[in-house]
Design a protein. Structure first.
Ligand SMILES: Nc1ncnc2c1ncn2[C@@H]1O[C@H](COP(=O)(O)OP(=O)(O)OP(=O)(O)O)[C@@H](O)[C@H]1O
Length: 604
């Protein structure tokens, strides 16, 4: 439970950090993300021009509305029909502009976002494993989903609104200032109160709403945990407890949401009072001018509508500012990922890479290693050994001794800086990483199958494999019989929505994958859970076929299976403490291997 709780706490922390201060530097950095828009700059600029035009045409409306009234009173030379007709034309044109603008911006934003998504995803999958140990998967997927959606909002909506409101503000004020200077000065004098009040109040309310959202995220954790572990919930008959837990979490949501609502209501009243107070003031002053015949009623109307437009623009600024803050946060986080160093520089289909054929002569030269996330603890201490090409060795030792770590280093999952590993006499760091890994096959402890058909899962070992090769591999892995016993054969779906394969069956699929990959070096991480005798025999036979002629490292859990290997290394606390053949090692009576064998013999 602690695991899941802490995960989500951090996520709500992420929400907090989504907002950053807008400074010149942060803005400049955020704008870097806009390089993804560059390929579409023509469309973007065209959209921007249309946006400016349509914003400007909106500003014609108040003036024309005023003129309409003046025309009705016979104070100007145009007829009502002429002005209404002109207005209608203006708005037909504007509606066409707006349509094109929305379309253009969508084209730009959709394409740019696809490019960013691909860039971020390519970066993520090519990063070294150590990166993934420092980040949570949820965090990375949220980079790809919510952060990029945030940027998309900016491109398709926020930016347009910002431009429109800035134009309304600047051009609107300029127009009324030119037309009605004294009224404008009067109106502007009421503004600062409104703006400062709105900004302060708005910020406070957003903080409260965020708290309510965080609580909602916490409530969602409960649902997610429960559903993920529904087996456990049912086994412990804790349905009621879980409902109660959800209810408690929702209580907190309600408490915070209502608190925020109270202030939001207050804010609304404040805005109504302030804006209408301002408008009443302006109307009062305007009416006085009208009474003195200093302006016409049409002009007053125009002025009031302009003021409403400008007020609306100012009111919307707070929200836009918050949106921009979020987007800058989002783009910073995306940039952070894009800046990380990939281990695979240029991912491309393996067949297109220069083939690297290694023999599989492996030497560990005095390797000492600590995981990047736990730098202070040396997990391996001065490990040196040699495996000749085609030899089979086994690593034996208690859980946590460092067996898997040895294999992970061979796979170059982690960088080594104390000591080095060579394959065929060359430091493995000097090989192209993809070509190198292409020469290593793994049959893991827990075989993970992707959702898809059995064929696809086997072909994962060699995506270019022909049907015949896949069937051959399945046959050699002793898997063909059970695969063909399914009505859909190779096309049988496995994984979450498909059939569930037994442990032994999954292992044989993994063996077929490895056979297809045909690597020089093979790593077998023995399953800890034992299979029934029949499955065991099928798997063992398949493994024997697979191992033939390959350098093989077996991480052994059941010692019975490794009697025949060329050499056994007994690992304890990161050191090789014994080594030799099975016959040699069992003779050492005080030895760990001897004891492990005795223990297992007694257990069995
Ligand atoms: N990714 C990691 N980050 C930090 N420490 C790790 C990591 N993986 C393993 N360790 C630590 O390294 C030590 C050796 O682990 P390793 O998995 O190599 O042991 P093992 O002998 O393979 O054990 P088992 O037989 O249980 O798989 C353990 O103390 C483990 O906690």
């Amino acid at each position: 439970m602690a695991r899941r709780q802490s995960g989500y706490r951090q996520q709500s922390g992420d929400e907090e950090s989504k907002k950053v201060k807008i400074t010149k530097k942060s803005l400049q950095e955020a704008l870097e993300i806009f390089r993804f828009v560059l390929p579409y700059k023509t469309l973007f600029i065209a959209g921007l021009i249309l946006l400016i035009l349509s914003s400007l045409t909106t500003l014609i409306f108040p003036r024309f509305a005023g003129m309409l009234i003046d025309a009705a009173e016979g104070k100007i030379n145009y007829s009502i029909g002429q002005i209404a007709g002109a207005l209608a034309i203006v708005f037909v044109v504007q509606s066409i502009f707006s349509f094109c603008r929305v379309l253009l911006f969508s084209k730009v934003s959709e394409r740019a976002m696809r490019d960013i998504r691909i860039a971020v995803y390519s970066k993520i999958v090519t990063l070294p494993l150590s990166f993934f140990e420092q980040r949570r998967v949820g965090e990375l997927t949220s980079r790809l989903t919510s952060d990029i959606t945030q940027l998309q909002d900016v491109l398709s909506f926020t930016l347009a609104e910002l431009v429109r409101q800035l134009i309304t503000l600047v051009v609107g004020i300029t127009i009324i200032f030119a037309l009605f200077p004294s009224l404008t000065i009067f109106m502007l004098s009421t503004f600062p109160v409104l703006v400062i009040g709105a900004v302060l109040f708005g910020r406070f309310i957003r903080k409260l709403s965020r708290k309510a959202q965080d609580e909602l995220a916490n409530a969602n954790v409960v649902v997610e945990e429960t559903l993920q572990s529904i087996h456990v919930v049912k086994a412990f008959t804790n349905e009621y407890l879980e409902i109660k837990r959800y209810d408690n979490a929702l209580q907190k949501v309600i408490f915070n949401a209502l608190r925020a609502a109270k202030y939001r209501g207050g804010f609304t009243s404040f805005i109504i009072l302030a804006i209408f107070g301002g408008i009443i003031g302006v109307l009062w002053y305007g009416a006085t001018l009208l009474e003195q015949n200093l302006i016409t009623s049409g002009e007053l109307t125009a002025f009031v509508i302009y003021t409403a437009f400008i007020g609306g623009a100012v009111g919307g600024m707070g929200d836009l500012y918050a949106q921009l803050q979020k987007s800058i946060g989002a783009s910073e986080r995306i940039r952070d990922i894009l800046k990380e160093g990939s281990e695979v520089v240029n991912p491309q289909p393996v067949v297109e890479r220069a083939p690297l054929n290694i023999y599989g002569d492996i030497t560990f030269h005095d390797i000492t290693f600590a995981y990047p996330t736990r730098q202070d603890i040396d997990v391996l201490k001065s490990i040196s050994f040699h495996i000749g090409a085609g030899q089979k060795i086994a690593l034996v030792g208690y859980s946590g001794a460092g067996k898997s770590t040895i294999v992970q280093l061979l796979l170059r999952y982690y960088a080594t800086d104390r000591g080095y590993i060579s394959v065929d006499g060359k430091d493995i760091r000097q090989y192209d990483i993809l070509s190198y890994r292409q020469n290593i096959g793994i049959v893991p402890q827990d075989v993970i199958l992707f959702g898809g058909t059995i064929r696809e899962n086997i072909a994962y070992g060699k995506p270019s494999a022909t049907d015949e090769e896949i069937i051959q591999a399945a046959r050699k892995a002793n898997a063909l019989d059970f695969i063909m016993s399914f009505p859909e054969g190779m096309e049988t779906l496995v994984g979450e929505r498909g059939v569930k394969l037994s442990g032994g069956q999954r292992q044989r699929i993994a063996i077929a994958r490895a056979i297809l990959k045909d690597p020089a070096i093979l790593i077998l991480d023995e399953a800890t859970s034992s299979l029934d005798a029949e499955s065991e025999k099928l798997v063992q036979e398949a493994l024997d076929t697979l191992m033939a002629g390959r350098t093989t490292i077996i991480i052994a859990h059941r010692l019975a299976t490794i009697r025949k290997v060329d050499h056994i290394y007994v690992i304890s606390e990161g050191k090789i403490i014994e080594s030799g053949t099975h016959e040699e090692l069992v003779k050492v009576e005080e030895g760990l291997y001897h004891n492990l064998v005795k223990l297992q013999f007694e257990l069995e």
